[in-house]
Design a protein around this ligand. Structure first.
Ligand SMILES: NC(=O)c1ccc[n+]([C@@H]2O[C@H](COP(=O)([O-])OP(=O)(O)OC[C@H]3O[C@@H](n4cnc5c(N)ncnc54)[C@H](O)[C@@H]3O)[C@@H](O)[C@H]2O)c1
Length: 494
C-alpha cells in the first residue's frame, strides 16, 4: 500500500548510526552533515516521570555532544533521579542514567533557569483524565500542560522549539502555539509533536531500538526546520528510515490511535476468552492459531484479567471524547466498547473466584501475586489488581498483596482499604494459610516458585486463579490445586 504523501519517512540516511539496535550504551558524536543540530545543543525536558526520565537519559547517553536537563516541580522526584535509588524501576535504566548523569545529563528543580538555557524544550508532563467540570471522566486534563506553556513563556528570552512528548488530544499544538506565540516579546516558538511509544517494563530496549520515531510539524519552512532539528537528535542512534515525518495533527492522533489499537487487541482476545470458557476451547490455542496468520500477527493476543497502565484507558477515553466533540458518535461508541470489555473482564475474574469458592470469600485469606500493571515495572496506575482487590475487600476477603517492585505504590493505591489489606514481599508468606492465590501480574518469578511448598501451607481445597495464564496448570492440578485460568476449562478436584 502506498504511504500517504504527507506521512513519510526521511530519506534513507547511512551516516553514523552509532549502536542502533545494540544493547548497552555507546556514546556517539554529532551525526555527520547535521548542520542544524549544532545550534540546538541545549535540550530541556519538563516532567521527570516515566517518560521524561528514561527518554532524556537515552538522548543524553547517545548524544554526549548535547546538554540534556530534566526539570520537575516535584523536588523529591528530582532528588531521587540524582540518587542511587531512581524514582522508577525499569530494567537497564540505572546503567543508562549512570552513563550520562553529571556528564551531559542533569536533573534539576530550576525550571526557570532550564527554560532560559534551552534551545529545544520537550514537554513530558502528565495528562491524566479530567475529573471535574466539562468532559470529566473522559477528556484529557490539560492543566499541567498549559501551565508548562505559560512557564516557558514567562522565562524564555530567545526563540525555541517546543516538543510535545506528552500524549495530547489532536490539535493541542494549535492551542500551545497560540499561547506561546502571542507573547508580545517578538519571540518565536515552533511546536513539534513527537509522541512517545515506549512501553513500561521494556522502556530502555524500546528507546534504544525503537520501531519508529514519529515527528509531526507544520508544512512550513519553519515547521520543517524544527522537525529536522528533532530528527537529527534521534539520528544519532536511530536509523533514518525509522524516523517518520508527518503533519502535526497526524502525529498527535497517531499516538492516541496506537494505544487504542493495542488495547483493542487485548479486549478482543479477552472477549473470546469468555467464549472459550463456555465452550472448552483454549484461548491460548486460539490466539496461537490466529496469530500465525501474518495479517493478524502474534503480539498483544495474550488473554488476561485485563489491561492496566496509565495510558490505555485515559487515551481511549480521550479519543472517545474527541470523537463525540466532532459528532462521530458511532466511532466513539466503537472505541468505548474496548474499555467496557476490559472493565467486564476484571469484574468477571472476581465473579469467577466467588462462584468457584462456594459463593463466599468472607473471612478467607486470598493471596494476590502481583500488583504492578505488568511485569518489570513498579507502576500500578490503572492496574487490574486495584479493582480486583477492592472487590475482594468488599466481599470481606482477607487480602494479602505481594509484588517484587510495586508494594510501595500498592500501599498508596489501597490507602482507602488500610487495615483491610496486608502487604507481604515474600510470596511464600503471602500464600501461607490462604484459601486462594490469584496471579495478577506476569512476573517471571511466579512461574518459578515451589508450588508444592506453597500448597503445603494453604487451606483446602486450595485454589489458583491465574489471571495471566503464566503457570503450568496441568502440573498444579496434579499437585492438588484447583486451577482456574483465563479462557480455559477449569481443572478441579470436585
Ligand atoms: N508512562 C508511559 O508508559 C507513557 C508512554 C508514552 C506516553 N506517555 C505520556 O507521557 C506523558 C507523561 O507520562 P508519565 O508516565 O511520564 O507521567 P508522570 O506522571 O510519571 O510524570 C509527569 C511529571 O511531570 C511533572 N510535572 C507536571 N506539571 C509540571 C510542570 N508544570 N512543571 C514541571 N513538571 C511538571 C510531574 O511532577 C511528574 O513528575 C503523559 O502524557 C503520558 O500519557 C506515557
Amino acid at each position: 500500500m502506498a504511504r500517504p504523501a504527507r506521512l513519510r519517512r526521511r530519506n534513507c540516511y547511512h551516516g553514523r548510526l552509532s549502536g542502533a539496535g545494540q544493547a548497552g550504551v555507546v556514546p556517539a558524536g554529532p551525526p555527520p552533515g547535521s548542520s542544524i543540530v549544532s545550534h540546538y545543543d541545549h535540550i530541556l525536558c519538563i516532567g521527570a516521570g516515566y517518560v521524561g526520565g528514561p527518554t532524556m537519559a537515552m538522548i543524553a547517553a547517545r548524544c554526549p555532544h548535547l546538554k540534556v536537563t530534566v526539570v520537575d516541580i516535584n523536588q523529591a522526584r528530582i532528588d531521587a533521579w540524582n540518587s542511587d535509588d531512581l524514582p522508577i524501576f525499569e530494567p537497564g535504566l540505572d546503567e543508562v542514567v549512570r552513563a550520562a548523569r553529571g556528564r551531559n545529563l542533569f536533573f534539576s528543580g530550576d525550571i526557570a533557569g532550564g527554560i532560559r538555557d534551552a534551545d529545544v524544550i520537550f514537554v513530558s508532563v502528565n495528562t491524566p483524565t479530567k475529573t471535574f467540570g466539562q468532559g470529566a471522566g473522559q477528556a484529557a486534563d490539560l492543566q499541567h500542560w498549559e501551565k508548562t506553556a505559560r512557564q516557558i513563556l514567562a522565562h524564555a528570552t530567545r526563540d525555541k522549539i517546543v516538543v510535545e512528548k506528552s500524549t495530547l488530544p489532536v490539535r493541542t499544538a494549535q492551542a500551545m502555539e497560540r499561547i506561546l506565540n502571542h507573547n508580545g516579546h517578538g519571540l518565536r516558538f515552533d511546536v513539534v509533536s513527537n509522541p512517545e511509544f515506549l512501553a513500561e517494563g521494556t522502556a530502555i530496549r524500546d528507546l534504544e531500538d525503537p520501531d519508529r520515531i514519529l515527528i509531526g510539524a507544520h508544512e512550513t519552512p519553519e515547521g520543517r526546520r524544527a522537525r529536522t532539528v528533532i530528527a537529527d537528535i534521534y539520528a544519532n542512534w536511530v536509523p533514518r528510515e525509522r524516523i517518520i515525518e508527518s503533519n502535526l495533527w497526524s502525529a498527535e492522533l497517531s499516538k492516541l490511535t496506537a494505544n487504542a489499537f493495542l488495547a483493542q487487541r487485548i479486549s478482543s482476545i479477552n472477549s473470546i476468552s469468555a467464549l472459550c470458557e463456555a465452550t472448552e476451547a483454549d484461548v491460548d490455542e486460539v490466539a496461537y492459531a490466529i496469530g500465525t496468520d501474518s495479517r493478524i500477527g502474534p503480539r498483544f493476543l495474550k488473554a488476561s484479567v485485563g489491561f492496566g497502565g496509565s495510558c490505555f484507558r485515559k487515551d481511549i477515553l480521550n479519543l472517545v471524547y474527541i470523537c463525540r466533540g466532532y459528532g462521530l458518535d458511532e466511532v466513539a461508541d466503537y472505541w468505548e466498547s474496548v474499555i467496557a470489555i476490559n472493565d467486564w473482564q476484571q469484574a468477571r475474574f472476581v465473579h469467577n473466584m466467588l462462584a468457584n469458592m462456594f459463593n463466599t470469600v468472607a473471612g478467607k485469606r486470598i493471596a494476590l501475586f502481583g500488583f504492578a500493571f505488568k511485569a518489570d515495572t513498579g507502576d500500578t496506575r490503572e492496574s487490574a489488581a486495584i479493582g480486583v482487590t477492592r472487590q475482594l475487600v468488599a466481599e470481606q476477603a482477607r487480602v494479602v498483596v505481594t509484588d517484587p517492585k510495586a508494594l510501595d505504590n500498592a500501599r498508596i493505591d489501597l490507602a482507602p482499604q488500610a487495615g483491610l489489606v496486608e502487604f507481604e514481599p515474600d510470596p511464600y508468606e503471602a500464600a501461607r494459610g490462604a484459601h486462594a492465590i490469584a496471579v495478577l501480574t506476569e512476573w517471571k518469578l511466579y512461574r518459578e516458585l515451589d508450588y508444592a511448598r506453597i500448597l503445603a501451607g494453604m487451606e483446602r481445597p486450595a485454589f489458583i486463579f491465574d489471571g495471566r495464564n503464566i503457570l503450568d496448570h496441568a502440573r498444579l492440578h496434579a499437585m492438588g490445586f484447583n486451577v482456574f485460568a483465563i479462557g480455559k476449562a477449569p481443572l478441579k478436584h470436585f
